[in-house]
Write a protein that binds this ligand. Sequence first.
Ligand code: SF4
Length: 444
Amino acid sequence: MSKLSVHIETFGCQMNVSDSEQVATKLREHGFELADADASADVILLNTCSIREKAEQKVFRRVNEIKRGRAGRQPLVGVLGCVAQLEGESIFNSSPSVQLVAGTGAADRIPSLLDRVRGGESRVIDLGGREEGADFEISPAVRHSKHVAFVPIIEGCNKFCTYCIVPYSRGRERSRTAFEIVEDVEKLRADGFKEVQLIGQNVNSYRPRVEKGLEGFSGATPFSRLLRAVASTGMTRVKFTTSFPRDFHADIVKAIEEYENLCNWVHLPVQSGNNRILRAMRRGHKVEEYLERVAAVKNSRREISLTSDIIVGFPGETDEEFEDTLRLAEKCEFHGLYIFKYSERRGTPAARLKDDVTKDEKTRRFLSLENLQMAIQSKVYKDYVGRMVEVLAEGFSARSDSDLKGHTTCNKVVNFAASPEFIGKVVRVRVTEAKAHSLFGQLL
Ligand code: SF4
């Protein structure tokens, strides 16, 4: 059979980016060509996300757009990822032009599934899990960046927060062995990558099966032990996201203090500042416990930047309960905050509750928290003016081709004038100007 060109569109989180990279690696190994644009590709794969509202409708709209956008021969369209896992067979009925549906555990099998479609099967579906021993190999050629690499360390989630669909779309937690992860990081370092981001829905719930020779990763703090092992590879920078408050052990902060290359940034979603709402969300932590974690981060001798996620307007949330969230945000002085208005996800326990906070009220709470956060953040960012920061130059700035853009170790975006030869290097920049979400500076 002739070589087919495949275009992959990725929606959602870093786990999806990483899954698409794994699919792309397998496709290349099996002789498929990868296409940057959808216009002429023989196959278009949509790697979908179900976190946002009306995710299925968005996928169906995109499938229709693809169909309408082609005058001649229609491409083979496949739906992968979380929406595929949750909706399964029904996708074929809602979008008859889709010929392949493959869930979150099928990355390895995409080439053979495509071969079945090419062989004449009109509807191919695979919602099975990742095979025992399947690798997470990603070719450097298909990574989203030449300098920063995502390394999955744990898949799935066991927490079952009542509003969240992830445990249903990605299944239970499965940790990779420390040996495999360290080996990946060593290879990435040899390939010239400057930063790895250890990723997972809850990285600090990392708990690999104890295997011979890996006893050091059992016990109470396997994640901080993994951090030390990854830092010891000598990789220039190591970041990790996302952390779950209940499993956030003080030893993680200790590890960051011990290893300069463990970056000083922690993303620790709190979701609400009120204990009744946290219980209704089944988060498994109270406000007081969250604040203890925050104190451990803020009292570190490294200046660790803390970011978080908050949902406003969860069913039954009163004005007073929302005020508690404002007070918590004030206390924590997050360096960044992702705010979401609650919206129902079919199949989750919270979907059985009455979504009784009106749309207008959710918007009011969103804006009120956003205003508070902007005031906090502008102070945090202004404090950087005049300081020297180390930046990994990752590429051109969106603003101009003569400026570069990168991140500090505390994950702030910095723009600065410099020639392209600095891309891929860690450089020192003096901060001269601060905006709400980014810094500007001069190369030193
Ligand atoms: S911890 Fe909660 S919010 Fe995060 S992925 Fe798991 S269920 Fe969803």
